[in-house]
Design a protein around this ligand. Structure first.
Ligand SMILES: CC(C)(COP(=O)(O)OP(=O)(O)OC[C@H]1O[C@@H](n2cnc3c(N)ncnc32)[C@H](O)[C@@H]1OP(=O)(O)O)[C@@H](O)C(=O)NCCC(=O)NCCS
Length: 190
């Protein structure tokens, strides 16, 4: 796996990658993890993974066991979230998501570590949707200065209440831009 990596405990590595830096097999593995555990719409997921801005992974012996990502928000999804939450979202803002730690690795700080690794590369405004009853995700989001905004709505997947969370950039109310990556020059909205 290419990209920037840090050694954690023996056999454990943590890295932040562009999708192109992951092999086809690694992207397929990321996709299967999100599909199985991510509680997200799975239609078009491989394409959305290829469009992601950064994917952070934690691996054990080369096998990914936790991930988180900064995504390029799809315009129609952004508009649906904005309408449901009754809170305006700037298309230039990035979306955080795909928080998954495989059972057996949870509660050991993996998700927190990956989200912080992503934030080390992106300083703009971020939004994310999270279930109100997802304590672990809420704690990660609160720990990086995110806060729920707007109104809650019911997930079409399971009827649970979702909320929009926002991390504003101090003094930059219009939001941030994604900086250049090895294979992408600008952040384009879709
Ligand atoms: C959400 C998830 C990724 C968290 O991963 P994780 O690696 O276990 O998270 P961390 O170890 O970094 O813990 C983050 C915080 O949540 C807390 N936490 C972890 N598991 C918890 C649980 N089951 N109940 C309550 N709090 C929990 C931790 O104590 C920590 O809080 P603290 O920093 O205040 O002590 C993981 O639970 C998961 O994969 N869930 C299923 C997928 C999902 O629903 N993802 C969210 C939607 S995309």
């Amino acid at each position: 796996m290419s990209g920037r990596t840090d050694t954690l405990e023996r056999e454990h590595t943590c890295g932040v990658h562009t999708p192109a830096e992951l092999s086809e097999n690694e992207r397929a593995h990321v996709c299967s993890i999100v599909r199985q555990y991510g509680r997200v719409e799975t239609e078009g997921l491989p394409e959305r993974i290829e469009r992601a801005w950064r994917i952070a992974t934690a691996s054990d012996g080369g096998r990914v066991y936790a991930l988180a990502a900064i995504k390029r928000p799809d315009r129609s999804y952004l508009e649906r979230v904005s309408a449901a939450s009754e809170h305006a979202l700037d298309p230039a803002w990035a979306e955080l998501g795909w928080f998954v730690t495989l059972p057996g690795y949870r509660g050991r700080g993996a998700c927190t570590r990956l989200v912080r690794a992503l934030l080390a590369e992106y300083t703009g405004t971020l939004w994310v949707t999270a279930r109100d009853d997802d304590t672990a995700t809420s704690r990660v989001l609160a720990s990086i200065g995110m806060a729920p905004v707007g109104s809650g709505w019911n997930s079409v997947l399971d009827g649970r209440v979702l909320h929009l969370w926002l991390k504003q950039t101090p003094g930059r109310r219009s939001g941030g831009r994604l900086s250049q990556s090895t294979n992408e020059r600008t952040f384009t909205n879709e």
